[in-house]
Design a protein around this ligand. Structure first.
Ligand SMILES: [Zn+2]
Ligand SMILES: [Zn+2]
Length: 239
């Protein structure tokens, strides 16, 4: 396969992970801003398990703890507590440390509904399946490099939300988080982090004229297909 198509397919898989992270892990499972059909939940869980190694229940727990202690002691990855560069470059390690704490997972996810992938007890090995798929598609060396590249880009995008979007950017609302348009465009709307911290249960992250939430049209399309149901859209506070 040509380098061009290896890059296109690799970036497409990474981009799908980004959209599944914001729609499934974040807006649906964590904050219940929308419900997804069991089929969509299964596909998202499988894809993320293969290509990111994330276990949804752990992600939900760590992120809910982030909201509870936002930018104070107890926040698993606050740049105000750990420093901007530590979170930007070490967010994955900070995440892993908190995700590996069974007390955190248990405390913050009493409502988590296990699916068949949760019950399969293959949680720590799923990313090897993703690596195998990349190697089958591109050959072992190109597959290994492409798999690591998509993982690195995915980690960097998530890190930028947890670091930059708590320090640099503009604010619509009076909370520590910030909006960064470029990061929002690259992360399926997650860069509207100031909006999100003000209205965590909103399924839509863009709230002001000129803000475009790339995941929102996908959610609307899923709802039209009967695969999703939006629970809440807030009325934005006065400017
Ligand atoms: Zn945050
Ligand atoms: Zn959140």
């Amino acid at each position: 396969m040509s380098l061009f198509w290896i890059c296109v397919i690799t970036l497409a898989i990474m981009k799908i992970s980004v959209f599944m992270t914001t729609i499934y892990l974040h807006r649906s499972l964590t904050h219940r801003g929308l419900e997804l059909s069991s089929l969509v939940r299964f596909i998202c869980h499988l894809h993320l398990a293969l290509f990111t190694g994330i276990q949804p229940r752990q992600w939900v727990a760590v992120h809910r703890k982030h909201h509870q202690f936002s930018d104070g002691e107890g926040d698993p990855h606050s740049p105000l507590v750990y420093g901007l560069w530590t979170v930007l470059l070490g967010n994955a390690l900070l995440y892993r440390k908190e995700a590996a704490n069974p007390a955190t997972v248990c405390k913050y996810t009493p409502d988590y509904r296990e699916d068949i992938l949760d019950k399969a007890h293959i949680k720590d090995w799923t990313a090897l399946g993703g690596l195998a798929i990349f190697m089958l598609m591109f050959g072992w060396l190109a597959g290994l490099i492409a798999f690591l590249a998509q993982g690195a880009i995915y980690i960097l995008l998530n890190s930028s939300i947890n670091s930059i979007c708590h320090v640099i950017g503009y604010r619509n609302f009076d909370n520590q988080a910030t909006n960064v348009t470029l990061i929002a465009m690259l992360t399926g709307g997650e860069g509207y982090h100031n909006n999100h911290h003000e209205y965590p249960t909103s399924a839509r992250f863009a709230m002001r004229p000129g803000e475009l939430d790339p995941a929102w049209p996908v959610i609307v399309a899923l709802e039209k297909l009967g695969l999703a149901k939006v629970n809440r859209i807030p009325i934005a506070k006065a400017a």
